[in-house]
Design a binder for this molecule. Structure first.
Ligand code: PMP
Length: 409
């Protein structure tokens, strides 16, 4: 049974027909569908409570402010963070990571000879910001390459040394679906160099797995609402309070200030000093509901369900001799299947799959051109799963791919 049905969640998009076929949505790694409950919550907030936050004392403003801070508290519990002040609202993972990279650079966190260790597995959002601050601020960056696109922890750890000031790494590849055991990795990195700061790109990880920040010992974690049942344009940055306090803001404006004078400005306390301007309250109201839904289902059920579908899909698609699958193809692969049909461009596959069968997958380089180079391809098809999918969807994909192959071979 679908997890979404078991928890009485309605996803109106799934009632749509694409041509004559019922939509099968296999693109949740890009963006999940929106539950009606979340849409209703945004609607209710927008019609009855919408106003700006923190600035006025009227009832609507007080309600909006309460919702903002309630959601921050909810996130604190969701992540088991030490303090709500460590939770910063952003536009998404991309903005969260850019915020950390640029703020650290302008706050002189990097000394001569320090290195930033990057990884070819990364989404561009966790590579380009570091590459660019490296160039602009003269900080050494080193990139770990993943043979055949598979992350190898012990080889990676050989790159950590006393000069490693920061590592930026994903917990879950958006191309191969490989899960990195970040808890173990962080422990090992900090054993080699306790001063190394660790940023985890959890955009793919957080929608499926519990993160316990008190146990994890990461320094920063970034993720996006739209990959976990919330609306677009809302994201989270969590950082350790001590480090965030030492970082200078780089976005200036309303809300992030304490006192503004003709000569200079002093800044607000955490988390507000990193939240310049009016927040995305529609996004926050939806995120609030999305977290409640995920909490109600529970990560045990979510991760078992998705793991089950993934292993079923690996076994099933592996039987098709015209398909090449990428990634570990074992229990470390989760939620995502990347593949190509022999000698056929992935855009043609996804196009035809959509038109002939109503199955939505993604094709392209998935904003991860480096891992594509490691695998030796330019692009791939990607099917990804969430709580409204089940093994029937994999069967439909399997049959759909046979149909597409018959058309295009
Ligand atoms: N990191 C990973 C691993 C991702 O999958 C994505 C989204 N595809 C991002 C970062 C960027 O997220 P956003 O576009 O929401 O900022």
């Amino acid at each position: 049974m679908l997890l979404s049905q078991k928890f009485d969640l309605e996803f109106p998009s799934l009632k749509r027909n694409i041509n004559e076929n019922k939509l099968v949505y296999l693109d949740s790694a890009a963006t999940t569908l929106l539950p009606k409950r979340v849409a209703n919550r945004v609607y209710e907030y927008s019609l009855n409570h919408r106003s700006n936050v923190h600035r006025s004392s009227h009832t609507l403003a007080a309600e909006s402010t309460l919702l903002l801070e309630e959601t921050r508290d909810l996130l604190k519990d969701f992540l088991n963070a030490s303090s709500s002040k460590e939770i910063i609202f952003t536009k998404g993972t991309t903005e969260s990571i850019n915020l950390v990279a640029y703020s650290l650079a302008i706050s002189n966190f990097f000394n001569d000879g320090d290195e930033i260790l990057l990884n070819s597995l990364e989404h561009h959002a966790n590579f380009v910001p570091w590459q660019q601050i490296g160039k602009n601020f003269n900080i050494n960056t080193k990139v770990f390459k993943n043979k055949d696109g598979i992350f190898n922890e012990s080889e990676y750890l050989n790159n950590i040394n006393k000069k490693t000031r920061l590592v930026a790494i994903t917990a879950h590849s958006n191309v191969t679906g490989q899960i990195i055991d970040i808890k173990d990795l962080i422990k090992k990195i900090k054993n080699i160099n306790e001063k190394t700061l660790i940023l985890i790109d959890a955009a793919q990880y957080v929608p499926h797995h519990e993160i316990n920040l008190k146990e994890l010992n990461a320094d920063f974690v970034a993720f996006s609402g739209h990959k976990m049942l919330a609306p677009g344009g809302i994201g989270i940055l969590w950082g350790k309070k001590k480090i965030l306090n030492d970082m200078n803001p780089f976005l200036f404006g309303g809300e992030m200030i304490d006192q503004v004078d003709y000569e200079d400005t002093s800044f607000n306390i955490l988390p507000y000093k990193f939240e310049a301007g009016t927040p995305n309250m529609e996004g926050i109201s939806g995120l609030n509901e999305a977290i409640k839904i995920i909490d109600e289902i529970g990560f045990d059920l979510i991760s078992d369900h998705i793991s089950d579908i993934t292993q079923y899909a690996i076994n099933k698609l592996n039987k098709l001799d015209f398909i090449e699958l990428y990634g570990p193809k074992d229990s470390s692969q989760f939620g995502i299947i990347s593949f190509n049909l022999k000698n056929i461009h992935p855009h043609d596959v996804s196009h035809l799959l959509n038109d002939l069968t109503g199955i939505a997958i993604r094709s392209g380089h998935h904003c991860a051109q480096l891992i594509m180079k490691d695998i030796g391809i330019q692009s791939s098809c990607r099917a990804s799963f969430y709580i409204y999918n089940d093994k029937n969807d994999v069967d439909k994909l399997y049959n759909g791919l046979i149909k597409v192959w018959e058309w295009l071979k």
